[in-house]
Ligand binder design. Structure first.
Ligand code: HEM
Length: 426
């Protein structure tokens, strides 16, 4: 829509409240960095998220946010997160794809749900200390938790779209799912407390650090920190992997050339660079969080969007909502050229990343904390699938429109990521 209108910033009013929509890099820089203190998450988002997730980094501004970020950041710099052991999870996913005697998968495989499970399991491993064996032992309980977590996210997403009227979307299903999620996390926390007492030595998980720092092991505080990390880390990774394989299955030449660099063992750095370009291109066309908001915390302005041509600063009143779209930004032909809509990983070769023109992970003080972890997880999956399968093809349903997105809190492929794969045979 923004490509057609030629406007990078516009505004509307509804029932007395004003919304400014923008994809202008100068406004994004102001919002996230130079005027960071003028904008926040806003009361709607905070109150909406708090019911289900409690108080945590995603629903905090000011000192509360600074405290949560300051506490979490060092953990993201530990080896545990910088070089996580994701191999067992990667192998489990890739082995679950079954092939017939001719090397082809017998029925279409929807990769999307596999990626959701993978991302949740990795996060539970890294942040809760629930390794693959423990997850296997409790597979029924874990599946029930994952299903309840889905319901919570669905409700949160609809509530977010309702803005100030978020509280209207509620009910026993939502409340039951919240209770189930809380129960699962509380049990993990209790077990960890008992184990650390019996072992006497803390293991280096995020949960152990949390337990050491939260006075009296306040269960609701611990639970909410963990849930905020889960919400940040599961769907974002899963949908990005989904879109990456969506694109690769539709671009067999790209898949073949990516596979060749992964298989050429001497060039592991080059293959990492190749994988990175594929992921960046996928994040450009399908940023996991395509649309986001901030609320003005005081009267202020943004650099662009005012005047007759939208080139002047625009006044922003306290309480105005700013909607910003990484999706629209990443498809702007003025930045990305006439082939902005095309999947072309080679565009990243030698391209300097302009911070405010490419924002899948946001920027400024609130930039995504898990960016590096996410790239490690996604690279692991791409490598292992490419090693095992030499052919990747899309499978479409009859009459299905290709590439339709489903936007909740994140953007996934509406029809899943259905593919056929052929294993490499000697
Ligand atoms: C492809 C994967 C990912 C993408 C595209 C992504 C994207 C984002 C974006 C756009 C934000 C800003 C949200 C906002 O301010 O409204 C964010 C924040 C955040 N992300 Fe990620 N994320 C990814 C994976 C992860 C992972 C694996 C973790 C690990 C826990 C993580 C942890 C966080 C945290 C803690 C924040 C909040 C930062 C703050 O408010 O200070 N993310 N992410």
């Amino acid at each position: 829509m923004m490509n057609r209108s030629g406007w990078d910033t516009f505004q509307w009013r509804f029932l007395g409240s004003r919304t400014i929509m923008t994809r202008d890099p100068r406004n994004l820089q102001a919002l996230h960095a130079t005027q960071f203190r003028d904008f926040g998450m806003g009361e709607n988002r905070k109150n909406n998220f708090r019911l289900a997730l409690g108080r945590g980094i995603f629903a905090a501004d000011g000192d509360e946010w600074r405290h949560a970020r300051g506490f979490m950041r060092p953990y993201f710099l530990t080896e545990h997160v910088k070089r996580p052991n994701i191999e067992p999870h990667v192998r489990k996913l890739v082995r679950s794809i079954e092939t017939g005697p001719d090397g082809w998968t017998e029925a279409p495989v929807d990769l999307q749900p596999l990626f959701y499970t993978f991302a949740l399991e990795v996060s539970c491993d890294i942040f809760f200390g629930l390794g693959p064996d423990e997850l296997e032992d409790q597979s029924d309980t874990f599946s029930a938790f994952a299903a309840a977590f889905d319901i919570v996210q669905e409700y949160l997403s609809v509530r977010t779209k309702l803005g100030w009227a978020y509280f209207l979307w509620d009910g026993p299903k939502f409340r039951r799912a919240i209770a189930q999620v809380n129960h699962f996390v509380d049990e993990v926390v209790q077990r960890t407390i008992s184990n650390s007492h019996s072992k006497g030595t803390p293991s280096p998980t995020f949960l152990d650090q949390l337990l050491a720092s939260v006075p009296g092991h306040d269960p609701s505080l611990i639970r909410s920190q963990l849930l905020h990390l889960l919400i940040a880390s599961r769907d974002t990774v899963a949908v990005t992997l989904g879109w990456t394989f969506h694109h690769l299955s539709r671009h067999p030449d790209e898949y073949t050339s990516l596979r060749a660099s992964i298989l050429s063992r001497t060039e592991s750095d080059a293959s990492s660079e190749h994988i990175r370009h594929v992921l960046l291109e996928s994040l450009r066309l399908h940023p996991a969080i395509p649309l986001n908001t901030r609320t003005a915390l005081r009267d202020t302005s943004l650099p662009r969007g005012g005047g007759a041509n939208g080139d002047d600063p625009i006044f922003v009143r306290k309480g105005d909502e700013i909607l910003y779209s990484a999706h629209a930004l990443h498809r702007n032909p003025a930045i990305w050229g006439p082939d902005a809509e095309e999947f072309r990983p080679a565009r990243w070769t030698g391209r300097r990343r302009q911070a405010w023109e490419f924002l899948p992970f946001n920027g400024g003080p609130r930039v995504c904390l898990g960016q590096r972890l996410a790239m490690v997880e996604m690279e692991g999956i791409i490598r292992e699938i490419a090693r095992r399968f030499e052919v990747l093809e899309p499978v479409m349903r009859e009459g299905e429109e290709d590439g339709v997105a489903r936007v909740t809190l994140t953007m996934s492929s509406a029809g899943g990521v259905r593919v056929r794969l052929r294993e490499q045979r000697p």
